[in-house]
Design a protein around this ligand. Structure first.
Ligand code: SF4
Length: 307
């Protein structure tokens, strides 16, 4: 049996940096270090960090006044900074912001489009922290979020009711490249007049009435293309990622779309021996929130089961 790991599998630089930052802060802090939400969508990593004195809270109210705090890679809405400020937790004092620069870039793109008269629509998951953070900079809870290419009607509906407005679509960094393309195709094939054209990330030319900006990050794209490559040449693909990891779920969906037998797991213990019966080529891929040691554990377990 041949086992191949997809190119660029595992941690992206943004997640790696956020973990390093949190570990460094916790090391230099005798008390507890607080993180709002999951620093990374991977339970094992979260448990390991918990053993290093990092406390993860879902609600900002659980962070005590003045506590040492780290903000995750996914980005936060402005209201988070305001609430922390009221608790005397500020950047020049006890707050370390590990927001990935590529998430900040999406916020800035959205803000600039809005300032230039566009209604900005997000292609993303409504409950994902990144989209929650991005919509804060747009129209808050009134921001239109399209989760799937099949929801293109939401965009058409807006255009029908607001025909004179400029409309731009941006994407959460971890969405499917194929899904984004499909969404634009679905919209354009149902529009009789102006179509959605691509607006370059530099935003130098904002003359399009309807446009979309490719804000899916490069590490996500690399993981998707590496997975596609491996799925095409494997009899079975094992996708490793946290249950809540958006980019890992996209990798799994991609494998299913390509028709290869695939399984989405969180750890090596979930592997089952019969999956590998009469399989010669096994592909392994992992989302941006999966550490290398988990990939190694899975590969070793597959070898053990095959033997
Ligand atoms: S997936 Fe992309 S945007 Fe998100 S943390 Fe990683 S590099 Fe940054």
């Amino acid at each position: 049996m041949e086992i191949k790991i997809a190119k660029n599998s595992g941690f992206c630089f943004g997640v790696k940096k956020a973990i390093e930052v949190a570990e460094e802060v916790a090391k230099n802090n005798k008390g507890k270090t607080y993180v709002h939400g999951q620093l990374v969508h991977n339970e094992k990593v979260i448990n390991d960090l918990g053993n290093k004195g990092i406390v993860f809270v879902e609600n900002l109210a659980e962070i005590p006044d003045g506590a040492i705090t780290v903000l995750r890679a996914h980005g936060e809405p402005g209201s988070t900074y305001k609430t922390l400020n009221e608790k005397s937790i500020t950047k020049d004092n006890n707050l370390t912001d590990a927001t990935c620069p590529l998430v900040t870039l999406v916020h800035n793109v959205g803000i600039k489009l809005k300032e230039n008269g566009y209604e900005v629509i997000i292609f993303g998951k409504a409950d994902h922290p990144e989209s929650i953070g991005t919509k804060f900079h747009l129209k808050g809870n009134d921001t239109i979020i399209v989760e799937e290419p099949e929801e293109y009607q939401k965009v058409l509906e807006f255009i029908k009711n607001n025909n004179s407005e400029k409309v731009a679509i941006i994407s959460q960094t971890t969405m499917s490249v194929y899904g984004y393309k499909k969404l634009i195709e679905n919209i354009n094939s149902n529009l009789s007049g102006n179509k959605f054209g691509q607006i370059q990330l530099s935003l130098r030319d904002l003359s399009e009435k309807y446009g979309y900006v490719d804000t899916i990050c490069n590490p996500t794209k690399q993981r998707q293309s590496g997975t596609e490559e491996i799925a095409k040449e494997s009899d079975i693909v094992i996708v490793i990622g946290g249950k809540n990891s958006s980019n890992s779920k996209e990798l799994y969906t991609k494998c299913k779309e390509l028709g290869v037998e695939s399984y989405f797991i969180q750890s090596a213990e979930q592997l089952q021996a019969d999956w590998f019966n009469q399989k010669d080529k096994v592909g392994v891929t992992a989302g941006a929130s999966t550490p290398d040691y988990l990939i190694d554990e899975v590969v070793n377990k597959i070898k053990e089961l095959a033997a």
